[in-house]
Ligand binder design. Structure first.
Ligand code: SAM
Length: 283
């Protein structure tokens, strides 16, 4: 019988946030794979858990996944814990979960603390639709591409950032996205937890002068939906009408359907598109 992988969420600052199910699972499994065994030893000692541990981190995530898979194929039950929060959210847990699926090993995720959701829910910004970007990529080109995408993002944006990069990232975000409402969620669930509502510009200015301390989640309001729609329509309006229509015809749509799509893109009626095409033909 195959073993199973249990993704166990652990506290992001407050030990009381561990769930009863995670505690029971950590006691019952054969092995705990931990991102940093030294750090996790303190957590396990606090809860009187003595299950054997092995390391699973960014620098061994592929080779070690293979070893752990072999163990699970031999029937070993493994729990994965990361430094804090929900495994697979912006940490190597996602590699192990994917490898389990490849190998036909069942994966269970035990819900619990996650900085993204904790920050989003306390931000007071719209939480119904959101885009979680985790850390912006360090590669400059890739970073620019993501920032370009985020400019047009109408959902609330949630980002992670380390304190030593915070000031530069806030400045970059302000320059790319413009001034928007945001919440800086700091030291979540810890003694000095703060949810500071500012605008991107205020936050960028503030951290040019103040040294950021602790862990941060940035929650930024998305682009205004009406504004995004107007920008999209303005971009379409610059394209010659026939060319615009042709892109849909090339996708295999019939003329009527293509005209409907063009009308929707340009924020007008199909009849108006029809008339405009007719008058272009007459010219
Ligand atoms: N797996 C984790 C989760 O479920 O949230 C995230 C891991 S990621 C490597 C670490 C980042 O999460 C930190 O740099 C910070 O941006 C955010 N974070 C973690 N704990 C936090 C806390 N207590 N307060 C604010 N942000 C936190």
């Amino acid at each position: 019988m195959n073993g199973r992988l249990y993704l166990c969420a652990t506290p992001i600052g407050n030990l009381e946030d561990i769930t009863l199910r995670v505690l029971r699972t950590l006691k019952e499994v054969d092995l705990i794979a931990a991102e940093d065994t030294r750090h996790s030893r303190a957590l396990l000692a606090h809860f009187d858990i003595h299950t054997p541990m092995t390391s699973y981190h960014e620098h061994n995530k592929y080779e070690k996944a293979e070893q752990l898979i072999r163990k699970m194929q031999d029937g070993t039950q493994i729990a994965l814990i990361t430094d804090a929060g929900t495994p697979a959210i912006s940490d190597p847990g996602e590699v192990l979960a994917a490898a389990c699926y490849e190998a036909g090993i069942p994966v269970t995720s035990l819900p619990g603390p996650c900085a993204c959701i904790t920050g989003l829910t306390m931000s007071g910004l719209p939480a119904r639709r959101f885009a979680f970007e985790a850390f912006l990529p360090p590669d400059k080109k890739e970073r620019r591409r993501i920032l370009e995408e985020l400019k047009k993002e109408t959902r609330t944006i949630v980002l992670y950032e380390a304190p030593h990069h915070l000031a530069d990232t806030l400045q970059e975000l302000y320059e790319s996205l413009g001034d928007r409402r945001m919440a800086l969620c700091r030291e979540l669930t810890k003694k000095y937890e703060e949810g500071i509502r500012m605008t991107l510009r205020e936050a960028a200015d503030y951290y040019q002068k103040e040294e950021p301390r602790g862990e941060f989640v940035l929650v930024i309001e998305g682009q205004n939906v009406k504004e995004a729609e107007e920008e999209k329509q303005a971009a379409f309006a610059e394209q010659p009408l026939r060319e615009h229509l042709q892109t849909y015809l090339d996708q295999g749509l019939d003329r009527k359907e293509a005209m409907r799509c063009v009308a929707k893109d340009r924020g007008c009626s199909r009849r108006e598109i029809y008339q405009a095409l007719l008058s272009e033909e007459e010219e």
